[in-house]
Design a protein around this ligand. Structure first.
Ligand SMILES: [Zn+2]
Length: 266
């Protein structure tokens, strides 16, 4: 991948960079040595730019571009029994070896509470699974035609390293999760606290869309952390209410990518 493509990735990813640069708690992809994502015709981009450059769709090899207001869900995962001490590099490797275009999660939090940037937030995730309907679309057309029938559509994903069917997140992990979800809450106003779920509750997404999850979606992920998720939801609502005057115009300001790219590249 040449520099101009690399730069395009980063320009589109510019939204979170202000927060990233003010608070160095998120380790960027280039800092942890992430592999570049592969094109993914089943995926979509979310954008709020009015002057969005459609040629970026080619760069990402995705099928289309949707408004960020389509981001409605936040799912929390654990890395699970087989990967309870995995690194973010190992998780990306495993996912890309399993036919995914990139690591499936948007952020990964390790046992020390370090937060790693995963899949760019503006690229549709791949951590929730499939529905019979989305699978049929891929079989018939070779790609998703109606992405809304995929349970991955409109979902941001955070993964905590560990196996919480048999252990607990560390204090540092929980602290970072609350900080990160606060960040998500302030920047993605279309996600309501009622739509913050553990992976195993993905049936709620399917129900709302009138689709049926395939049996392989059956999961224990993220184990027994209901109390942590309750706390996330509580704080998620509070974070939003800190900014009572925030409206769509404020929201759009957060998507001024020229400003963000100046911060990034200046
Ligand atoms: Zn999961």
């Amino acid at each position: 991948m040449d520099f101009s493509r690399r730069e395009s990735f980063r320009l589109v990813a510019a939204l979170p960079l202000l927060a990233y640069s003010q608070d160095r708690r998120i380790i960027l992809r280039e800092e942890w040595g992430a592999r570049d994502p592969n094109p993914d015709p089943h995926s979509v981009l979310y954008t709020h730019f009015h002057d969005f450059d459609l040629s970026l769709l080619d760069i990402f090899g995705v099928m289309g571009c949707f408004d960020t207001n389509m981001l409605e869900w936040l799912a929390v995962h654990h890395s699970g029994p087989g990967a309870s001490i995995a690194t973010v590099q190992q998780i990306q490797e495993a996912h890309m070896n399993n036919d995914k275009s990139d690591i499936a999660y948007n952020w990964v939090i390790d046992r020390d509470g370090m937060i790693y940037e995963g899949r760019f937030w503006f690229v549709m995730g791949a951590a929730v699974g499939a529905s019979f309907e989305s699978r049929a679309q891929v079989e018939e057309h070779g790609r998703l035609v109606n992405p809304r029938e995929s349970p991955n559509y409109g979902v941001l994903n955070i993964c905590l390293i560990g196996d919480f069917t048999r252990s607990e997140p560390t204090v540092e992990q929980k602290d970072s999760l609350y900080w990160l979800t606060g960040f998500v809450s302030r920047h993605f106003l279309s996600i309501e606290k009622e739509r913050v779920i553990g992976h195993k509750q993905a049936y709620l997404i399917a129900q709302e869309r009138g689709v049926t999850l395939v049996p392989e979606c059956e999961t224990l992920c993220p184990g027994g952390i209901e109390g942590v998720l309750d706390e996330v939801r509580k704080r998620f609502g509070e974070e939003k209410s800190y900014k009572p005057g925030r409206d769509l115009r404020d929201y759009e300001m957060h998507f001024d990518f020229r400003e963000r790219s100046a911060i990034r590249f200046g």
